[in-house]
Design a protein around this ligand. Structure first.
Ligand code: XMP
Length: 513
């Protein structure tokens, strides 16, 4: 099935991926392209509309990102956001200047009034808050454009030439701070570009399966399955598409959460594929024995993983394809300047050196994370796999402070399970983005029954975050924390004290190591 496409033309703004995600949320497929992409290439994509993103530049400066002027005579609707709006105004004969005073240099949440007879704002309340972040000002708008929104200090917050399908907004409709922002994007897509809303994960599943079948033919595919969302969804897609031509190697390093290895294996038992589960716990623990330094732990685990995988790959023999769980945010090219960096090969680093294969298959390379989860659901993967929180590659090894032993790993696994179970029972897990237990290297005196104990202190960590770059510690209700504490101390031998981590990131990190 072919679907309609919108192009997000990237001028280097910080919210560009968010724009693309919002468009896809509205059921319309889109791709992010650098602003330097030749017009012929954009035309070949046959888009129904184009969005110019924001960007750090100033359109009147010579070295600022520009656009091929012929884009404006092509006949495709354009929505310009912030820099994109100014660029359109500048290119079509308007005048953009540095804002003369602070009032015109708007930043933050700004009360805004909309002309709801404009297609972009139809069906919206006439007033709302919009998120501004611009230092330039449209002193004169181009001929043919009407002013369609204003703020207290700025009469031309939005402009429109409805005959040509050109719209521009100085604010950012893609961020949540802009009330009705999503409705504006939806209006652009459906009322202006004539979108049909033909981008659904159910349809995409069929397309992706057909594409993968075509690419792989009768070839053999190898996948390193970690049990994380991305590799699990790749595995399910390939299982559905090519069945026994797929070999999944799942390395169980013994540092997973309770029952995790079994759950991953169970999730794939419904497909007839070659599923190799390698129980490598003792190998990993041996390598880690006596190692206390976090970075050293990471390095050893990474190396050992490669070794185990390599051995398995050798046994499987030559394969035609190596599958990777690369997702769209990994490959989007930066639109900032001519030195566009493609990050696509971060994910692939290392592997090709020691696995005998001809080509890479990356069936998720056009999907955002939330779409990957949705595709996983469509493919019938259990919810605990598709909605799971991030789990670091080195696993519990970096949640056991100091040296790692099997006893400590078992203790932590059990405590972590209780923590997660009680959070779920209280319904408190939904609001959290990551939560886990940490076994500290501190022991303290306690009293249990009539006896004195000298056992480990266990820390609980729960955070809310949207990007994992910054995070806030979660305000879990005291009663829930109390229940968790009582259960862990009673049920997990070797732990006699529970603390809750109330540090945000920064200054702390999410993990303890
Ligand atoms: P920090 O601790 O840096 O963590 O605030 C941010 C996010 O990254 C995850 N994380 C890792 N993931 N290998 C991974 O695959 C690692 O070595 C690693 N260290 C941290 C962490 O769980 C959090 O989601």
């Amino acid at each position: 099935m072919s679907h309609q496409t919108v192009i997000v033309l990237d001028f280097g703004g910080q919210y560009n991926q968010l724009i693309a995600r919002r468009i896809r949320e509205c059921g319309v497929y889109c791709e992010v392209k650098p602003h330097t992409t030749p017009l012929a290439q954009l035309k070949a994509m046959n888009p129904i509309g184009i969005v110019f993103t924001g960007g750090p530049g100033s359109v009147y400066l010579e070295d600022s990102p520009q656009v091929d002027r012929d884009i404006f005579t092509w006949g495709v609707p354009i929505l310009g956001i912030c820099y994109g709006c100014q660029l359109m105004a500048h290119a079509l004969g308007g005048l953009v200047t540095p804002a003369q005073d602070d009032a015109a240099r708007e930043y933050g949440k700004t009360p805004t009034w909309y002309d709801t007879s404009c297609k972009l704002f139809q069906g919206l309340p006439g007033q709302g808050v919009s998120w501004m972040s611009h230092g330039d000002y449209m002193a004169r708008v181009p001929e043919g454009f009407a002013l369609t929104a204003r703020s207290g200090s700025c009469p031309n917050v939005a402009i429109a030439d409805e005959a040509r399908g050109f719209y521009g907004v100085q604010f950012h409709p893609e961020v949540n701070h802009t009330e009705h922002g999503l409705a504006m994007i939806r209006n652009f897509l459906y009322a202006v570009c004539g979108a049909r809303g033909d981008w659904t994960m159910g349809d995409y599943k069929k397309t992706a399966i057909a594409q993968v079948r075509e690419q792989i033919g009768s070839g053999r595919v190898l996948l390193a399955l970690s049990g994380g969302v991305d590799s699990s969804v790749v595995a399910a897609l390939l299982a559905e598409a090519v069945g026994r031509q797929l070999t999944c190697v799942f390395v169980d390093h013994g540092l997973m959460r309770l029952n995790e290895g079994d759950e991953v294996e169970a999730a794939f038992s419904r497909w007839d594929i070659n599923f190799i589960r390698v129980d490598a716990e003792s190998r990993f623990l041996l390598r880690l024995a006596g190692v206390e330094e976090p970075e050293r732990k990471r390095k050893l685990i990474g190396e050992e993983f490669i070794r185990v995988f390599e051995e398995q790959a050798k046994q499987v023999g030559a394969v035609d394809f190596l599958a990777q769980g690369t997702i769209y945010p990994d490959i989007i090219e930066s639109g900032a300047g001519s030195a566009a960096v493609i990050k696509s090969h971060h994910n692939v680093g290392g592997l090709p050196d020691y696995v005998d294969f001809k080509q890479i298959v990356e069936p998720l390379r056009l999907l955002f994370k939330d779409e990957v989860r949705q595709l996983g659901r469509e493919l019938g993967l259990p919810e605990y796999l598709v909605s799971r929180q991030p789990f670091p590659g080195p696993g519990l090894a970096i949640r056991i402070i100091g040296d790692v032993t099997k006893e400590k790993a078992d203790m932590l696994r059990q405590a972590d399970f209780i923590f997660r179970e009680e959070l779920a029972r209280a319904g408190a897990d939904k609001a959290l983005n990551q939560y886990f237990a940490v076994l500290t290297n501190t022991r303290s005196v306690g009293v249990m029954g009539d006896g004195r104990t000298y056992d480990y202190t266990l820390a609980l960590r729960a955070v809310t975050t949207s990007d994992f770059m910054t995070a806030d510690w979660a305000r879990i209700p005291y009663e829930v924390l109390d229940k968790i504490s009582v259960r862990i101390v009673n049920e997990v031998r070797g732990v006699n004290r529970i603390v809750y981590d109330i540090t945000s990131k920064p200054p702390a990190t999410i993990e303890w190591e």
